[in-house]
Design a protein around this ligand. Structure first.
Ligand code: ADP
Ligand code: MG
Length: 391
């Protein structure tokens, strides 16, 4: 839907007014490489996508804050005094942002009409939740004259997700959505928030995100098991390298020297993934700077093998989709993305082969798994911003 159409919808819903309607936008995100490194002191390399969440917002003269979305039927009209009552509905995301802003002494002084519209598939792992949080935070910080520092916005949005909505997640999603830039990936160290923008000009290549539509089960217990295996490996390696505070700080050469101290073969494989995946992120940065997409694609493939065989967080559906993706001649690389056990794959595919990719990978995926995959084609877009003159 174009912003003009959305503006018409806004007026249909809320009527005309002399007040100005302002339009804000935040993207979804995908992690390009660097999986299961955030809690191991390693780097991730996410990018903002070219689809996202729009927020149309206009002041009211009374004390009502009205929420509507083109994506979901639930609507609400809350008095300012009711902001902070949890509803269990999607409005908890924007309301949670308003609650966080109030803690910073940025309280609404009057009502607003809000209309959200997202073209990110919800619940597919492309972070529509981070997108709606970040767009709301940026919009109200702008409207209330607060500081629109995008790192702070990411942290505030993460608090909303963790504390208000109650979903335990790291900082990567909100960070990428807030700080993304067209034709750039974001090299991010999650615990220090040290980051830099890495040029990634996809040119005639597209990112094709494939949703396996596989329902994830038991992810939390497996996630916790991986974390404790990493802790175990770290404790052993620390005896050899006392200055080590995170597994990912170890270079692959150092790991080779000390790895035999880890007697449990499974734990050793987990650690090997962490050390090598972190090196792959750093190597990816170098090849992207040199615009060597072919080599980056190879690193994506290598990352998948490591997640499948060493870290063991893939599953049949992800493996099938990646394998079929790699059969398409225009595919430079393909891997699972996100925590694993289901969710999405990401592939780098020549634009001339995208159509073929979707039909052939889609058909083979269904034949081999009985599930129907979904595919989203996009480039790398900007982080959160106000769209001036969009309506
Ligand atoms: P993901 O972040 O992977 O897309 P989540 O389950 O974390 O999945 O977040 C999806 C939820 O975020 C939706 O169920 C809805 O509550 C909320 N949401 C995201 N985008 C919108 C939107 N455009 N309009 C209303 N709610 C939205
Ligand atoms: Mg989410």
């Amino acid at each position: 839907m174009s912003t003009q159409e959305l503006n018409r919808k806004f007026i249909e819903k809320y009527g005309e007014s002399t007040e100005e309607t302002r339009v804000f936008y935040a993207p979804g995100r995908v992690n390009l490489i660097g999986e299961h490194l955030d809690y191991n002191g390693g780097y991730v390399l996410p990018a903002a996508l070219e689809f996202g969440t729009f927020l149309f917002v206009r002041p009211r003269s009374d004390s009502k804050v009205q929420f509507a979305s083109t994506n979901l039927p639930y609507e609400a009209s809350l008095d300012l005094s009711e902001i902070g009552n949890k509803s269990g509905e999607w409005i908890d995301y924007p309301v949670g942002v308003l609650v966080e802003l109030a803690k910073k002494d940025l309280k609404l002084q009057h009502g607003y009409d809000l209309l959200f519209h997202g073209d990110i598939p919800n619940g597919s792992g492309l972070s529509s939740s981070a997108s709606i949080e970040v767009v709301t935070a940026f919009a109200f910080l702008t409207l209330l004259g607060g500081d629109t520092d995008t790192v702070e916005i990411a942290l505030l949005s993460q608090r909303v997700e963790n504390q208000y909505v109650g979903v335990n997640s790291g900082i990567m999603d909100q960070f990428a959505v807030a700080n993304g830039k067209r034709d750039h990936a974001i090299l991010l160290m999650c615990d220090t928030l040290e980051y830099s923008l890495i040029p990634f000009v996809t040119g005639s290549y597209k990112l094709v995100i494939g949703n396996t539509n596989k329902k994830r089960g038991l992810v939390d217990s497996k996630y916790n098991e991986r974390r404790s295996q990493c802790d175990e490996a770290l404790a052993i390696l620390k005896q050899e390298v006392p200055e080590l505070s995170y597994l990912a700080e170890l270079k692959p050469e150092q790991f080779e020297i000390h790895k035999d101290k880890i007697t449990d073969e499974t734990v050793r494989r987990r650690a090997k993934h962490v050390v090598e995946e972190n090196q792959r992120v750093l190597d990816s940065v170098e090849v992207l700077k040199a615009n060597n997409l072919k080599q980056f694609g190879q690193y994506m493939n290598d990352s998948h093998v490591s997640l499948r065989d060493l870290y063991e967080v893939s599953c049949l559906e992800l493996d099938v989709m990646v394998e079929e993706a790699q059969k398409i001649p225009g595919t430079l690389g393909a891997r699972m993305t996100g925590a694993g056990f289901g969710g999405c794959t990401v592939s780098l595919v020549h634009e001339d082969d995208v159509e073929r990719f979707i039909s052939e990978v889609g058909a083979a995926y269904t034949e081999r798994t009985g599930l129907t995959g979904e595919f989203y084609v996009c480039g790398i877009g900007n982080g959160v911003e106000e769209l001036k003159g969009a309506n």
